[in-house]
Design a protein around this ligand. Structure first.
Ligand code: EPZ
Length: 420
């Protein structure tokens, strides 16, 4: 089991390139199931989650060819030999549920293992299943599998989500492309990854309007063509490295990222005393003084503060000059990084979905445990600023969402290395 060792504190200075968005790519890849033509994705990130999704698609008969060192993926679902997404793959990655809608729409049948929960919460899929049922799917739960059928095909419908779900919006958006008639998705997720998926589907011949707003309309078409689509840059990776610059000090240039995808988050950084500017496609990040200011954060669906940056923001606030209050509204158990940060000397009081962070003057390096993807990276950020050595264990979580993080940070002066 690999771990990462960091010796802090020390400023960061240098340039980091931002990869394609993991959460966009994990929805774009299953779109290949909707057509028998090749779908090529460029700017794909090299992450273990992408490898898992590749294996899952191959297991149902999709040919997947990777080129340019994993930056380009060409997928072709010429004919689908199997319609079951196996538990052994699905249990590794919840995003596997995103093959359900496309498989069902293309073949009229799909069986996907129930993903099960994960560290940050129960992660039910009821909204996915309710929405597909509205499109005419028959859904049974049978020994841990979701068995979905639509023998006479899917039919357009009005779908009203009781609460916002990124994955359920993506699943039903893909299925609706091949449904007969028009589908209206209300209270849809508005994340940039939804817009990216809709743009890709439109380029394949789908007819989608309103992606990025509360209401998305889809006019079903009989078939989709293939296409080529470039994955949007990863806004969570971008935000993570901006916070690395904030907590460690120094100055970072981030290239390949898009500030417009992290709108409100940049305002929060400014409130914390971090200067962010953009010139010639590069984003410059620099703390305005030698201590961050405390800020209050409430996580919400896009365009609110992203839940996927909450742990990283908490790490930065442990050293702020005052008290910060963080409210996690999207997931029911997403403060597992807090006890690990407290091992490093942070002062955090958690009560339900609220955390009170009282800034301290210094953090001390310590051995800590990663529990989920974003909690892992928050411990890396804390290690950059802590006095002494921090060892982050179980970093397989990290490799799911961050490409070569130790290389990117050590190239900017961090004393960080992976220990096999
Ligand atoms: C996506 O997860 C992302 N994953 C998550 O990123 C991200 O945190 C989340 O959206 C919120 O932005 C991918 O895109 C692969 P949801 P998803 O459905 O789609 C509840 C990361 O670190 N819910 O918007 O699973 C759910 O439990 C990951 O990159 C139901 O109750 O999130 C949660 O409380 C972590 N029933 C809330 O809704 C359902 O059927 C939002 O979940 C579906 C969701």
């Amino acid at each position: 089991m690999d771990s990462i060792k960091i010796r802090g504190p020390g400023p960061l200075k240098g340039c980091i390139s931002i990869a394609g968005a993991k959460n966009a790519c994990l929805a774009l890849m299953p779109a290949a199931l909707l057509t028998d033509q090749p779908l090529t994705l460029t700017n794909t990130p090299r992450l273990s989650d992408i490898t898992t999704m590749t294996r899952l698609l191959q297991s149902v008969g999709v040919e997947v060819r990777s080129s340019q060192e994993g930056r380009v993926l060409t997928m072709r679902a010429r004919q689908l030999i199997n319609r079951q997404a196996d538990y052994n793959i699905v249990r590794k990655m919840r995003a596997s549920i995103l093959v359900l809608g496309p498989l069902l729409a293309r073949t009229g049948r799909a069986a996907v293992s129930l993903p099960g929960g994960c560290a940050i919460g129960a992660r039910p899929v009821n909204l996915h299943l309710q929405a597909l049922t509205r499109l005419g799917a028959e859904i049974q739960l049978d020994n841990g599998y979701i068995e979905a059928t639509a023998n006479s095909g899917l039919r357009g419908a009005i779908i009203e989500f009781p609460s916002v779900s990124v994955g359920a919006t993506e699943n039903v958006l893909m299925a609706a492309c091949l449904a007969a008639g028009t589908t209206e998705i209300r209270n849809a997720a508005r994340e940039p990854e939804i817009i990216d998926l809709a743009n890709c589907l439109d380029s394949m011949g789908a007819r989608i309007h309103g992606a990025g707003t509360h209401t998305i309309t889809v006019e079903g078409v009989p078939t989709l063509a293939g296409g080529t689509h470039s994955v949007i840059p990863d806004r969570i990776e971008l935000g993570t490295y901006m916070l690395a610059g904030a907590i460690a000090g120094g100055e970072l240039m981030l290239e390949g990222g898009r500030l417009d995808l992290v709108g409100k988050f940049v305002e929060k950084l400014a409130e914390a005393g971090v200067g962010v500017s953009e010139a010639e496609g590069r984003i410059h990040v620099q703390r305005n003084s030698d201590r961050l200011l405390p800020v209050n954060v409430v996580t919400e669906p896009y365009p609110g503060f992203p839940t996927d940056l909450q742990a990283q923001m908490m790490a930065a606030m442990t050293l702020a000059d005052g008290v910060s209050r963080i409210e996690e509204n999207v997931f029911e158990n997403r403060f597992m990084h807090a006890p690990e940060l407290m091992r490093m000397g942070a002062r955090i009081e958690v009560s339900g979905g609220k955390a009170k962070v009282t800034g301290v003057d210094t953090l001390r390096g310590a051995p800590v445990m990663a529990t989920d993807l974003r909690a892992s990276v928050s411990l890396i950020l804390a290690g950059l600023a802590a006095e002494g050595t921090t060892t982050v264990n179980r970093i397989y979580h990290l490799d799911r969402g961050y490409e070569q993080i130790e290389d990117k940070l050590s190239a900017c002066g961090a004393d960080i290395r992976r220990i096999a």
